[in-house]
Design a protein around this ligand. Structure first.
Ligand code: NDP
Ligand SMILES: N[C@@H](C=O)C(=O)O
Length: 260
């Protein structure tokens, strides 16, 4: 039994989530693993229990289904051992906006926005009351890039970034750390699941390197961690420009350029 916080990881059956599970097990944390594929979760749990002697619960759930999401929310709300949420489960899209069916749109938004938000909302009050804990939301650089023409997926990831920055301002004073992690192309199944050939990508990061970098940001309590961004000053400049824009708003009258 560890004295460290238990970590609940969504999307833990493969890819970035499975890597987070391994890294936190290596750090001695007990785990709760959430995804739809029970068999893959059980196999990962068995290996990590054996290798790292930590307690691991498997909680199969389809986060697009109300009853399953309710169950994971309840676990986050009621299990006081859980002090870290890795809000990772997500899916991507292929094709342009007009090629997305209504079902595609609902599934993308339900998993990438509704589930992420509801799980954060489930754990946040308890962490704030305790004055400690962390919520890690996995966004994407695509959320900064309308040029990529993954308009709905990118919009869901822009939402995750904004949500994380807002929660960081609301919860950091209460002792709760909120981190947005923005990967770029990373070698996981998300591409095949979205019907995209990963071999068409020019550069791809391995999930181990991605998560190790994200955990450096986590350990530094960095609010926004962008492992593939080598020139950090670009993010700093973007944030400065955003704040300058806000400071320059004069809401009483329209700008001169808009006056007839
Ligand atoms: N790979 C990349 O290039 C990038 C990924 N990201 C983000 O990283 C996160 C992880 O993605 P990644 O590891 O690459 O993708 P994978 O497709 O490899 O893994 C996705 C994980 O989410 C789970 N999942 C998918 N749908 C559901 C669902 N309906 N309910 C519950 N769990 C579900 C899958 O498990 P199961 O099928 O068992 O349910 C799996 O464990 C996502 O949020 C993604 O947007 C961001 C930028 C780049
Ligand atoms: N998941 C990837 C796109 O499909 C990404 O976010 O880069």
């Amino acid at each position: 039994m560890t004295t460290q916080a238990t970590v609940l990881v969504t999307g833990a059956s493969t890819g970035i989530g499975a890597t987070y599970a391994e890294r936190f097990a290596q750090r001695g944390h007990d785990l709760v693993l959430v995804a739809r594929d029970r068999q893959r979760l059980e196999a990962l749990a068995a290996r990590l229990r054996h290798e790292h002697r930590v307690a691991i619960d498997v909680l199969p759930a389809d986060l697009t289904l109300q009853a399953d999401l309710d169950a994971v929310e309840a676990r986050l709300r009621d299990d006081t051992r859980i002090g870290i949420l890795i809000n990772n489960a997500g899916m991507a899209q292929s094709g342009n906006f007009m090629q997305q069916s209504a079902q595609d749109i609902v599934r993308l938004i339900t998993l990438n926005i509704s589930a992420v938000t509801r799980l954060a909302a489930a754990i946040a009050p308890r962490l704030a009351d305790a004055g400690r804990g962390a919520i890690v939301n996995i966004g994407s650089v695509v959320g900064l890039a309308p040029e990529f023409r993954m308009s709905i997926y990118g919009a869901t990831k822009a939402f995750v970034l904004f949500l994380s920055q807002g929660l960081s301002r609301e919860l950091e004073p209460k002792g709760v750390y909120v981190q947005a992690v923005l990967p770029a192309s990373t070698r996981t199944e998300i591409w095949e699941r979205a019907g995209i050939d990963i071999n068409t990508l020019t550069e791809v990061m391995e999930p181990g390197e991605l998560v190790d970098a994200a955990l450096v940001g986590f350990d530094r309590r960095e609010p926004v961690t962008i492992p593939p961004l080598h020139a950090a000053e670009h993010w700093d400049a973007l944030e400065s420009a955003r704040k300058a824009l806000l400071a320059d708003l004069r809401q009483a009258h329209a700008a001169e350029r808009y006056r007839a």
